[in-house]
Design a protein around this ligand. Structure first.
Ligand SMILES: NC(=O)c1ccc[n+]([C@@H]2O[C@H](COP(=O)([O-])OP(=O)(O)OC[C@H]3O[C@@H](n4cnc5c(N)ncnc54)[C@H](OP(=O)(O)O)[C@@H]3O)[C@@H](O)[C@H]2O)c1
Length: 252
């Protein structure tokens, strides 16, 4: 119960990695708040998580929603110990096909929204707290069609490093997690059909040394570790969790 009675916020906690992490936080004794845009999905996930989990419908790309979220969390819990900035979207197309609307949608959720979510939570984040940013191996690889998504994630990694230094005086630790392919609904939400998703997964599996995509629960365990005092000397760090995908084998 390494998060006993800690108050933990998970943005994008109604699905995939966020939901699995919320489950892990609850299992470790935390009081959890989850967010998402889909009110029904947020309410159902909060009920399923149990243990008094609070679901707040809030769009990470909206600064007004961030203000409302922080106000609600402050009113119900006072302070926060853990902030897991996980909400994110993907959309993939060649650079020549990227519209301004698609560019803004990704950057506003994945980066601008993440930035202001942190800024607005800082006044109610306890000294000694933990912030975890959910990035991607896309932040430092060159997957064709992922220009905007990858840039949005690289910006998060830069933010994590900078904030780890800025917030050290308050003993707030800031770390970044870079998953490789994880089985979640993100690709179907990005508009890919089942056949294309299977083909992508197959291609990834062939390239991943451990020969499979990861599970959300595997990422959740790493995030829960970074959230806890077991990781008390870890800040400004980045962790790949990708089955070895990004290791350059050089030979073989
Ligand atoms: N799956 C992978 O292979 C993979 C790999 C590397 C990194 N990631 C990253 O992992 C994070 C979680 O993704 P996932 O794979 O678990 O996908 P997912 O199942 O689609 O979960 C995304 C979550 O974010 C929420 N969300 C999306 N846009 C939001 C917004 N504007 N405001 C608030 N909540 C929002 C979604 O809820 P609503 O739809 O209700 O808003 C959902 O709860 C993302 O940042 C993604 O980029 C995923």
């Amino acid at each position: 119960m390494s998060l006993q009675d800690k108050v933990a916020v998970v943005t994008g906690g109604n699905s995939g990695i966020g939901l699995a992490t919320a489950e892990e936080f609850v299992a470790k004794g935390a009081k959890v708040i989850i967010t998402g845009r889909n009110a029904y999905a947020v309410t159902s996930a909060a009920e399923k998580l149990g243990n008094g989990t609070l679901g707040v419908t809030a769009d990470q790309s909206s600064l007004a929603d961030a203000d409302r979220l922080v106000a609600e969390v402050k009113e119900k819990y006072g302070k926060v110990d853990v902030l897991f900035v996980n909400a994110g979207i993907g959309a993939f197309s060649p650079v020549s096909d990227v519209t301004e609307q698609a560019f803004d949608a990704i950057m506003n959720t994945n980066f601008k929204g993440a930035f202001f979510t942190i800024q607005k939570f800082l006044p109610i984040l306890n000294d000694g707290g933990s912030i975890i940013l959910l990035s991607s191996v896309n932040a430092f690889t060159g997957m064709p069609g992922s220009s905007v998504y990858s840039a949005s994630k690289a910006a998060l990694n830069a933010l994590g490093r900078t904030l780890s230094a800025e917030l050290a005086a308050r003993r707030i630790r800031v770390n970044t997690v870079n998953p490789g392919p994880i089985v979640t609904p993100i690709l179907s939400k990005a508009g890919l059909d089942d056949g294309s998703i299977d083909a992508i997964r197959q291609k990834f599996a062939e390239r991943i040394p451990l020969n499979r995509a990861g599970e959300s629960a595997e990422v959740a365990k790493l995030v829960a570790f970074l959230a806890s005092s077991d990781a008390s000397f870890i800040t400004g760090a980045e962790y790949n969790i990708d089955g070895g995908l990004t290791v350059h084998k050089l030979v073989g």
